[in-house]
Design a binder for this molecule. Structure first.
Ligand SMILES: *[C@@H]1O[C@H](CO)[C@@H](O)[C@H](O)[C@H]1NC(C)=O
Ligand SMILES: *[C@@H]1O[C@H](CO)[C@@H](O)[C@H](O)[C@H]1NC(C)=O
Length: 410
């Protein structure tokens, strides 16, 4: 197995510190219960898969399953309550019976839906076993929303929060905060031959728009018209019989593309442009890995659960400063250009700049196969939320910073 020691990139303060010696890998028995795919959670997801619905979460689940398998663990997968019952050994029926024996898994990866289902079907024994649970939680859960008493007293109760877990039991898609664990996913890394192919085949004035759903194009006519002035615009918008009205006639719309063909399109394109939605997805990383420049809007003021419908009710009030803050902060220029789209001078200048510069394909280490395997391995070996002391990451690897808090005196 290629889980070896390597240097933590100075760029990524939240990468797990893998440069500590790990004990030899012990095989762990793991249940992966994908709550949001169960019928009982009202699976709203599957019907949209082939119609331009969001796939980012599926990318992450697939990569988690692959990593666990490749690392040699025994993995069981459940996507229904019946399977969940069977694996946990709870009697079928209306449930709420505590488990009588020990928990038959060392670890359970699930999501908020799954957590709710386990609560309903394991009764009080969930409390006893919850230190074994890891919650895959795209946008993260802040401590104020997780701590039941604090959340209740201070108005942080949401539909999802107050499970009183250890903050690092929540595993996010991007490294938002050391309060949670960064799980991430894998994007494809190009080999030398493919890099050379890209060098030769980039089309300098070709742009691909981020957004498979026609709704994401609504109200963007002005930006598109300006962009079209400089570049040929391609889209991958789902449609049934005819061109969606939101997509202007000058856009070459390919419809939904299979991953391979999307990859080919990105390899030719110079620019991948986001119009503000979806937030924090995997696609910009794939585009950058294929040598595109990602141009995205800055949000001023930032979006959050306090001011934007999409985030409302999510157990975090983290401020999202652009469509993809990770790309903005940890990748940055020349691969990522984040500007105020409403400032037409800035917008024009950015496109002219993009047509002038050449960039190499780039993939941050933490999103490579090796980075993901290393991280998942380090978590499994070192995270232990069942003992009172949680020694991981080790204290000597901490970076101390000071912060100033302004108190609002009433
Ligand atoms: C690079 O990847 C391509 C396709 O993914 C493969 O056909 C080729 O053999 C690889 N080249 C090298 C040098 O590994
Ligand atoms: C641009 O301005 C409009 C209207 O003032 C606003 O609704 C929109 O969110 C702004 N877009 C960006 C990307 O800042």
């Amino acid at each position: 197995m290629c889980v070896t020691l390597s240097i933590v990139q100075p760029h990524s303060p939240f990468l797990c510190p893998c440069c500590m010696p790990s004990p030899p890998s012990a095989v762990t028995s793991i249940l992966v219960h994908v709550g949001f795919l169960t019928e009982e959670s009202g699976d709203v997801f599957s019907p949209k898969v082939l119609k331009g619905g969001p796939l980012g979460e599926m990318v992450q689940w697939a990569d988690i399953l692959t990593a666990l398998h490749v690392l040699g663990h025994i993995v069981k997968i459940s996507v229904s309550l019946k399977e969940l019952h069977g694996f946990l050994g709870v009697p079928p029926g209306r449930g709420s019976c505590p488990l009588t024996g020990p928990l038959p898994f060392d670890l359970i990866y699930t999501d908020y839906h799954g957590l709710q289902q386990m609560k309903q079907h394991m009764g009080l024994s969930l409390r006893k076993h919850k230190c074994h649970i890891r919650v895959i939680d795209t946008f993260g859960t802040e401590p104020a929303y997780n701590h039941e008493e604090y959340a209740t007293l201070h108005g942080y109760r949401t539909n999802w929060g107050y499970w009183n877990l250890h903050g690092q039991q929540y595993m996010t898609m991007f490294p938002h905060t050391p309060d949670n664990s960064f799980m991430g996913f894998v994007a494809e890394e190009l080999n030398e031959t493919e890099r050379m192919f890209i060098q030769r085949n980039k089309v300098n004035n070709m742009a691909v728009v981020y957004g498979k759903d026609a709704g994401m194009w609504k109200g963007k006519e002005n930006f598109l018209a300006v962009l079209h002035h400089y570049m040929e615009i391609h889209g991958t918008v789902y449609y049934e019989t005819q061109r969606p009205p939101e997509v202007p006639a000058f856009v070459k719309n390919h419809g939904l593309l299979p991953q391979q063909e999307l990859q080919q399109l990105l390899r030719k394109a110079k620019l991948f442009i986001g119009f503000g939605f979806p937030y924090e997805g995997p696609a910009p990383l794939e585009a950058i890995a294929n040598g595109c420049i990602f141009l995205q809007p800055k949000f001023n003021p930032p979006h959050s659960s306090l001011n934007h419908e999409f985030f409302r009710g999510k157990p975090t009030s983290r401020k999202v400063s652009s469509q993809h803050p990770y790309a903005e902060e940890y990748i940055g220029r020349p691969h990522v250009i984040t500007i105020d789209f409403n400032n037409s001078e800035e917008f024009n200048a950015a496109i002219r700049e993009i047509m002038k510069i050449n960039v190499e394909p780039f993939l941050p280490y933490e999103y490579t196969c090796e980075g993901m395997l290393e991280r998942v391995h380090a978590y499994i070996q070192n995270q232990d939320f069942c003992s009172p002391e949680v020694p991981f990451p080790p204290k000597h690897l901490a970076r101390w910073t000071s912060s100033v808090r302004e108190w609002n005196l009433r």
